[in-house]
Design a protein around this ligand. Structure first.
Ligand code: ZN
Length: 281
């Protein structure tokens, strides 16, 4: 574990549910584009890829065939051992079975677990009701899939505490602090300190990663590294590389995160090292 302490996991989230070609023409949408970017991001230092897919119109969807094609393409690159993490939340008004099917049938090592319901970006309800979260957590255990517990505010950390006590989640939990989404907690160092301390109080021994969307991206990235966390980057969370500059691709985010990690004196974890840190396999 001593060695692993100096290794920081870079997760790349290439696509997400929302950004389209109209926001940034470089957002990968088709399975071939997504898998191609993930392969290049792995070469650049990403250990985990968090995957969303889109339908033929480029809109958020949980279409099983798109997930299967994307995962198959990644796995067809025999040298690439990146950890696959599938979303369970790609869109609105989804059927629970459609949210579950990709991770249940495609055997990724991880899948997202959004630990509460919120008003998403003043536009829609991001629904993760109690019955669904219980079903999801137990099914992930049954399938041997590690939840990436996404929390958008401190209340969701307390939800995780409840599900831990109930056995729906198992320790050690891996948290993703998702910050700066309207309807959730604002991205700031002060808020990140509070999220981390709350997590340590209610779920000691957990691992954590974070990202900030939009304007909070850099503050949260640097703070995560300084505070000993892991990081998530990519166009799901930011289509701009910096103010006024569209990202050319997802690799530029991974390369920047790696530079920051290395300048700090850490190293980017390989997928194998990330498996050890996260307790996979
Ligand atoms: Zn996602």
């Amino acid at each position: 574990m001593g060695e692993a302490k100096n290794k920081k996991i870079i997760t790349v989230a290439t696509t997400g549910a929302w950004p389209g070609k109209e926001n940034n023409p470089n957002v990968p949408i088709e399975p071939e584009e997504i898998a191609g970017e993930i392969y290049e991001c792995w070469k650049a230092g990403a250990a985990v890829c968090h995957i969303h897919c889109r339908d033929d119109r480029g809109k958020a969807a949980m279409e099983f065939a798109k997930f299967k094609k994307t995962v198959d393409l990644i796995r067809s690159r025999k040298d690439c051992d990146i950890i696959i993490n599938l979303t369970t939340s790609g869109g609105v008004n989804l059927k629970e079975d459609d949210r579950i099917r990709p991770f249940a049938e495609l055997g990724p090592e991880m899948a997202s677990y959004d630990c509460g319901t919120m008003n998403w970006s003043h536009s829609t309800i991001f629904e993760n009701n109690p019955a669904f979260l219980e079903k999801l957590g137990l099914l992930m255990q049954e399938k041997g899939v590690k939840p990436e517990v996404e929390v958008f505010d401190p209340g969701m950390i307390y939800n995780a505490q409840y599900y831990l006590k109930k056995g729906v989640l198992k320790a050690p939990v891996h948290f993703q602090f998702c910050m700066g989404v309207a309807g959730g907690i604002k991205g700031s160092v002060k808020n990140l300190v509070f999220m981390k301390e709350t997590m340590e109080e209610v779920a000691p021994g957990s691992t954590w990663s974070d990202f900030g969307v939009g304007a909070s991206a850099m503050e949260i990235l640097y703070a995560a590294v300084a505070m000993g966390g892991h990081v998530r980057v990519g166009m799901e969370d930011n289509v701009l590389y910096k103010k006024g500059v569209l990202a050319e691709n997802n690799m530029v985010f991974v390369q920047r995160a790696r530079r920051i990690i290395e300048e700090f004196g850490y190293e980017a974890a390989s997928p194998g090292e990330a498996r050890e840190i996260l307790g996979l396999k």
